[in-house]
Design a protein around this ligand. Structure first.
Ligand code: PSV
Ligand code: MN
Ligand code: MN
Length: 426
């Protein structure tokens, strides 16, 4: 299944006049406010978000999984699915692989396929939260933090192997999400767990090529429910500093306790030049991995405000690696990802509309009401014509979801792949 350019064009033609009208009205309004439309469009076009290889099939919970028809059953098919997303949105130009779920069989063929779709290989993700079928030792009592030296060595070796796989694909970063922790008080010694983790991460860091980055994720709980070794941004930051210059904290939006001020964490990390990557999703209760922007769009906007701000001000912070980290229990995974991509671009565009000069002035006068007005003026702007214009100028769809449905993409995938497919890695 491919998105044929002529059919996409045909579909776009039905909506293009409305878009042109909406876009010129919005552009005129924003230009009067001093917004540089061309710059805005360019920045939207440059913004590429990696799709995780595990988000292309239907996810599940520990209570079960409702499969989705026509799911990809191989890495090749997963890359084809991302190709569909990218052809429609022009903002999904990268893939983030999970090893060992997605080890390529034929590297040259996979690279060629990704190239055809205009997709590059972003961060590779390791997995020491599951025992592999051929494993000699178990991660039951931890991996990088384990009290058992041989288990730690096995976990380090796995991460090193992931780096070597990534090297062959052109990736330039490794993301480590460490599930290690405990379920009961007294189960393990906190300090030695942390020291072991630091030592293991330093070994992995030492194995990475000089132009690679290490991203260290944090998460307060789950799968362990009493303690997690890398539980918060402070622990991740500390470990990143211990590893070295090219080690960074990765913020996953779902990995915070309720009501945590994530935008402030973003600002702090960027000030210190230590925010390396970002996982988008949304949540109501915990690490829910829901569609981006489906629950707390205003929070996402405030987070983007700090990201935009940091990208302007904090030259000490590297370019960020953007990724969606979501899972879908009942939606068509591709439709869900289209919604997430749109929500990300929408928040990004709105954050770029904030009149930073006036905000600074209002802040310095202590005019709290005006500060809020400035933020909300940007948030309340309907930026969708801007997103569509940025996409269409690159050859994407006026409305990706509408066109996905009009083209009957899912039915075509079912016809090609069959009904009862199960995505790999699930
Ligand atoms: C588990 O919480 C998780 O969602 C982490 O966020 C990782 O990024 C992802 O799985 C893949 O390992
Ligand atoms: Mn994540
Ligand atoms: Mn997660």
């Amino acid at each position: 299944m491919e998105i044929r350019k002529d059919i996409l064009q045909e579909q776009n033609n039905k909506q293009i006049q409305d878009l042109e009208d909406d876009f010129s009205r919005l552009a005129e309004k924003l230009t009067k406010k001093g917004v540089n439309i061309q710059r805005l469009l360019q920045r939207l076009q440059d913004f590429q978000v990696a799709i995780p290889s595990w988000a292309l099939g239907a996810g599940g919970t520990r209570f079960g999984r409702f499969g989705f028809f026509g799911e990809p059953t191989s890495l090749e098919e997963k890359i084809d699915d991302i190709g569909i997303l990218h052809a429609l949105t022009k903002t999904a130009g990268a893939v983030s692989l999970h090893i060992p779920w997605d080890i390529p069989n034929d590297y040259a063929a996979i690279k060629e396929k990704a190239k055809e779709h205009g997709i590059f290989f972003d961060a590779v993700n390791s997995n020491t939260f599951q025992d592999q079928s051929n494993a000699q030792l178990s991660y039951r009592h931890g991996s990088l933090s384990s009290m058992d030296k041989e288990v730690r060595q096995m976990a380090v070796q796995h991460n090193n192997d992931v780096v070597d796989i990534g090297k062959k694909l052109g990736s330039k970063s490794l993301t480590v999400w460490l599930a290690d922790g405990t379920n009961f008080p007294g189960q393990r010694d906190f300090q030695s767990s942390l020291l072991n983790t630091e030592d293991s991460l330093k070994k992995i860091y030492g194995h990475m090529p000089d132009d690679w980055k290490l991203f260290i994720e944090y998460k307060p709980y789950e799968p362990n429910f009493y303690s997690t070794v890398i539980q918060d941004w402070g622990t991740s930051f500390m470990l990143a500093n211990a590893c070295g210059e090219r080690a960074y904290t990765l913020v996953d939006l779902g990995h915070h306790l309720p009501n945590t001020n994530i935008e402030q964490i973003v600002a702090t990390l960027m000030l210190k030049g230590k925010l390396g990557g970002f996982h988008f999703n949304d949540s109501k209760y915990g690490d829910d991995d829901l569609t981006v922007g489906s629950i707390k769009p205003y929070s996402l906007f405030l987070i983007f405000n700090e990201l935009v701000n940091g990208m302007e001000r904090n030259k000490q912070n590297p370019e960020l690696a953007w990724m969606i980290d979501a899972s879908h229990n009942i939606k068509d995974p591709l439709e869900d990802l289209l919604q997430s991509l749109e929500a990300i671009q929408e928040s990004y565009a709105k954050a770029m509309l904030i009149d930073q000069e006036s905000l600074l002035e209002a802040q310095s006068k202590g005019d709290v009401v005006q500060c809020q007005e400035i933020l909300q003026d940007a948030f309340r702007t309907d930026v969708r014509p801007l997103l569509a214009k940025a996409r269409v100028d690159l050859g994407g769809a006026v409305n990706p979801l509408k066109i996905y449905r009009a083209m009957e993409v899912r039915n075509k995938l079912i016809a090609e792949r069959g009904k009862h497919t199960v995505a790999t890695g699930l």
